[in-house]
Design a protein around this ligand. Sequence first.
Ligand SMILES: [Zn+2]
Length: 468
Amino acid sequence: MIKPLRFWSTLVISVALSLSTFAQADDVKNHRPNNGPLVAKYRQTLLNRFLTYTTYNSQSSNDQDITPEQIETANKLYKEIKQFGFPTTLTEHYYIYVEVPSNVSYPTPVLGFSSHYDTTPDVAGQNIKANVILKYNGEPIVLKNGHVLDFNSDPYLQQMIGKTIITSDGTTMLSGDDKAGVSIMVTLLQTLAENPSIKHGKVQVVITPNEDVGRSADYIEETPYRPDIAYDFDGKVNGEVTVGNFNAEKVIYRVKGVNGHQSHAAENGYRNAWAPACELGAACAKEEWLPNKSTGTQGYAELHHMNMVNGQMSEAELDFRLRSFRQSEIDQWKEYAQKQANQIARKYDVQIERQVFKQYQNVAENIHPQARALANSALIRAGVTPRFQEERAGTTASMLMLKLGNGAYTIFTGQQNAHNFTEWLSEEDMFKSYWVALNMVDEAVALRQPDTPALQLPVERRLHPAEK
Ligand SMILES: [Zn+2]
């Protein structure tokens, strides 16, 4: 059994972090340094910063625009970041924007990084006490309240033997989602501030509230955050880069019959909504659209729920959820469903109204042509094997995509088991992610755009593999 060290006692222990990875040869092909010696200097700072942030209460809430805990955290982060001397803004909606001005004389694409400081309201998340486990020995980790982390529940732990991992004490989550991303962002800003010899183009950072309640894009502003190439730091395992996700729409059909007494329907025109609603639901349940067998990049359409409105038999609501990597499939479904709705409305002499809500968008539908190559190179130079993947869900980047119209890839940060008492963090993965971010800065500055103003760089729609 592991007896986890308490956080405060750990802070004074000099962590014996492996230095072997820093000795990698420079990127010979690109004649660029791999930043190893520089990032090594900030490894302990990054870990200490993360541990400090875990003590900040920052849970968001489904019922509040912003929670007092988020306000307090935003203020602390703003104060800390402002010290680095870059233009920093804390907005009335508690978004933090930082703009690092370019220090080269030629135009380069604007690089953007995002992360979120709020934590989920779904798991206890106040007064978090992080446990640092140095040189993990592979034994099951027993936390308070009977929570156990072991190879069965977390096969990835097997790769952590001998490394540093951080857990909660079991009474709360850890809040690595997304304090890892925020720690990476702030340490990157510190690195750029303290090392003016690093050449970089314009870098924009946004740290948002309310991500874990699905509202991180609600008050995002284009003026302070309009990057050409953007990455969201909120992913999980070492090497993972999320390059695509579902488009998501919610379609509500409201079937409106006529109120009256059933016994005299022939005379008073009473129309029940039940039969037309069921018929519409059934018509839209084509087998190839059901989620039942949907895998990979195959989308689905699902009747999420159907109910009678206000207990009235004359009014019914059908709530459909559409998910697809290709917007064209969603559009086809909507066209088909609308035809059915029109026919059914005529048949039953009822009204059928539709409302469409766009929820999030596939980042691959509008991504900078260099975004993938840049990420690939930044990972490889940090000694990380890139694993590009598609997510059968939404990401923060996909919510920003809907609002800003530009996609971003989601980069791993080392967080594991988010929204759980057994949440944990790989210190090495978080460090590698920070290293990747710094590499991205000098990858972007190498993309010289001598004749093109940065904001007018061509952006092409990346075809999904299945469309090629
Ligand atoms: Zn997150």
